[in-house]
Design a protein around this ligand. Structure first.
Ligand SMILES: NC(=O)c1ccc[n+]([C@@H]2O[C@H](COP(=O)([O-])OP(=O)(O)OC[C@H]3O[C@@H](n4cnc5c(N)ncnc54)[C@H](OP(=O)(O)O)[C@@H]3O)[C@@H](O)[C@H]2O)c1
Length: 316
């Protein structure tokens, strides 16, 4: 089968499609014929080599965590899903390989009819990550939440999930994305110098939680929250320990060493919640751009600009 991979550190051009052995569903897994899959910004950092001390790549590095497709194998012990069902879901941080003709999923849910294949293909990672962090921050009705980097793949989903929980959401983005953030239910402001003052003006009573999708601004975010325990980052911001901020991730310890701290338990229950919200028209997966599988390198190049509006998706 075709699979996207890289076999050395380097620029986006090292990303290529290779012929590899198709994987099979083991116990508690399913395999899908992939229709669409997500690009993971974290893998662009791994590929570039800039994180090699923290997440050393095991070559060949098969890419992709999330996919949507049609079930074609059901592993032992799996119930409630059958060959031919349309699903979206995720691989694990250890196995990856979703940017391929066939992918083995370890968590999945029925593909919402309201979502295109592209939306469904890019959904699972953002939904799981956003749920994991909103759960840890105990975001609920009546809370005010700041989402830093709200216009990206995770941020756009996090805004909608927090709104669905009844929170008031302030999201940061460049000004050209402010109407877009409003359309998702957030109050927009810009990131960068003066953030603390802008947030005080928007939320004079303070914010209850800060969800950082961007990195690089933890001192300001801790000031805004008033307590590092009310800030969680998902960015590879290795100043987090110094600022006593938790980095939420799901990567296995052998791939991250000590720098990122212990992995959090995956919040796969978020996939089921997402199906309900999608059916109610309360959750979309904004797709920044789509590329054919063969153009995965161009997708990495766009991801590296750090200005994609929503999720970048490969179509198969
Ligand atoms: N730990 C985990 O479990 C986990 C899971 C998923 C992703 N991640 C990581 O989390 C981060 C976010 O993922 P993603 O998929 O949302 O990335 P993404 O889609 O590439 O994020 C792009 C967004 O980042 C915004 N942005 C760029 N520079 C910024 C800055 N200095 N401050 C605030 N926002 C900024 C951009 O906003 P404008 O264009 O409006 O400027 C753009 O909308 C990445 O580093 C990714 O690797 C971690």
């Amino acid at each position: 089968m075709r699979a996207v991979q890289f076999t050395e550190y380097g620029p986006p051009s090292v990303v290529h499609v290779a012929e590899v052995e198709a994987p099979h569903a083991g116990p508690n897994e399913i395999r899908v014929t992939v229709r669409a899959s997500g690009i993971s910004p974290g893998e662009t950092y791994v590929r570039s080599g800039r994180m090699r001390d923290v997440v050393p790549a095991n070559f060949p590095w098969l890419t992709g965590f999330d996919a949507a497709g049609v079930v074609d194998e059901v592993g032992a012990g799996v119930t409630g899903v059958a060959v031919g069902d349309e699903v979206f879901g995720m691989t694990t941080a250890a196995t990856r390989g979703a940017n391929a003709d066939f992918a083995v999923l370890t968590a999945w849910a029925p593909k919402p009819a309201a979502w295109s294949w592209e939306e469904a293909g890019g959904a699972a990672g953002s939904v799981e990550t956003a749920t994991r962090v909103l759960d840890r921050l105990a975001v609920g009705a009546g809370h005010t939440v700041l989402i830093q980097g709200a216009a990206g793949g995770v941020g756009t989903v996090a805004v909608q999930l927090a709104v669905a929980r009844g929170a008031t959401v302030i999201g940061t983005a460049s000004t050209n994305n402010h109407d877009f953030l409003r359309s998702l239910g957030a109050r927009p402001t810009t990131y960068g110098a003066g953030l603390v003052e802008r947030i005080r003006a928007l939320a004079p009573s303070g914010v209850d939680a800060v969800f950082d999708c961007a990195g690089g601004a933890l001192p300001d975010l801790v000031t805004i929250a008033g307590d590092p325990a009310r800030v969680v980052t998902i960015a590879p911001d290795f100043t987090a320990a110094e600022h006593r901020v938790h980095i939420s991730h799901s990567a296995p310890a052998e791939e991250t060493g000590a720098a990122m701290g212990a992995a959090d338990r995956l919040a796969v229950h978020g996939l089921t919640t997402a199906v309900t919200l999608a059916s109610e028209g309360r959750l979309r997966v904004p797709v920044a751009a789509t590329f054919p599988l063969a153009e995965a390198a161009a997708a990495h190049e766009l991801s590296e600009t750090r200005h994609a509006r929503g999720k970048i998706v490969l179509v198969h």
